[in-house]
Design a protein around this ligand. Structure first.
Ligand code: AMP
Ligand code: MN
Ligand code: MN
Ligand code: MN
Length: 279
């Protein structure tokens, strides 16, 4: 039997994706996804449209979110799955996080003006599709449009990552807050794309220890951002910590993502898939 094709990590125009929540649902169904979660950054705003469109194309739908946190000064993402979207602890925590994003974006604009690229905050706003959610991806798209670089990934490399002129420090949520909000809403917390963080082996284990101690249950083993070696490595850690394993493309849009919805490797067969916790 072919394992179920689940994709529990992707974005829509409710955050920094390029397709509407309904279009992401229809694309997932067309790609053969059986069970799908929309996980926009720090917002639940796309979930009603996503749920409705998924229902229309017989796609099993799981509410999701990707929460921005800071752990020991490193930005980390925590995916929340299968929670009650009406829960005030989760919704209220995310409201506060989004307010911080706008203030950070203005500081990014000032930092870029200081190196002779003015008007980038205002320019990035032209790419924002949810006025409440501005991300570095919107800055990158605007900087490409004015010819600063040929593609989004090189804008990140030269301007928008730590140590580069457009990067500003920011206080995100804490690991305790993010896992607490997800658990208060009855959901499952998952460490997103662990292979993307610049953490040593020891710090990765400290992060997983802290996450486990807070009741965290899942880890993304298969991700659009992971290499085959990452999959082997994080599968070993999933076994060691007895975490459930998640799988997600981190799709943002056809023009920008090299991995499409549902088109990632299957999970190693011996791992416990995260959907067993809620389906
Ligand atoms: P933010 O949450 O505002 O810090 O922005 C993070 C978002 O920027 C990610 O979710 C991606 O959409 C995008 N991003 C981060 N790093 C890169 C990269 N190296 N290349 C392309 N997009 C990136
Ligand atoms: Mn993004
Ligand atoms: Mn992420
Ligand atoms: Mn993501």
């Amino acid at each position: 039997m072919t394992p179920a094709n689940f994709d529990f990590h992707c974005h829509s125009t409710a955050s920094d994706g390029l397709l509407s929540p309904g279009d992401v649902a229809r694309r997932a169904a067309a790609n053969g996804v059986d069970c799908w979660a929309l996980t926009d950054h720090d917002t639940l705003g796309g979930l009603p449209e996503a749920a409705e469109a998924a229902g229309e194309c017989s796609l099993a739908f799981v509410p999701g979110v990707e929460i921005s946190i800071e752990w020991r000064a490193t930005p980390i993402h925590i995916v929340g799955l299968a929670f009650s979207a009406a829960n005030p602890a989760l919704a209220g925590g995310l409201d506060a996080l989004r307010l911080g994003r706008s203030e950070r974006a203005k500081r990014m604009g000032e930092a870029l003006a200081a190196i002779g690229i003015p008007g980038v905050y205002e320019g990035a706003l032209q790419y924002v599709t949810n006025p409440d959610l501005i991300s570095r991806a919107h800055f990158a798209r605007y900087l490409v449009s004015i010819g600063i670089a040929r593609e989004v990934s090189s804008v990140f490399q030269h301007y928008l990552t730590p140590g580069k002129p457009g990067y500003v420090d920011h206080r995100w949520a804490t690991l305790e807050e993010a896992t607490g909000w997800i658990h208060a809403a009855g959901g499952v917390a998952v460490i997103a794309h662990p292979g993307r963080y610049k953490l040593s082996g020891g710090d990765t284990r400290r992060l997983l220890d802290d996450f486990k101690a807070l009741g965290g249950q899942g880890i993304e083993v298969v991700s659009g951002s992971h290499s085959p070696d990452h999959v082997l490595h994080f599968a070993r850690l999933a076994r060691h910590y007895a975490f459930h394993a998640s799988r997600g493309s981190d799709f943002h849009g056809p023009e920008e993502s090299h991995v499409d919805l549902g088109r990632v490797a299957q999970l190693p067969l011996d791992l416990k898939p995260v959907w067993r916790l809620f389906l």
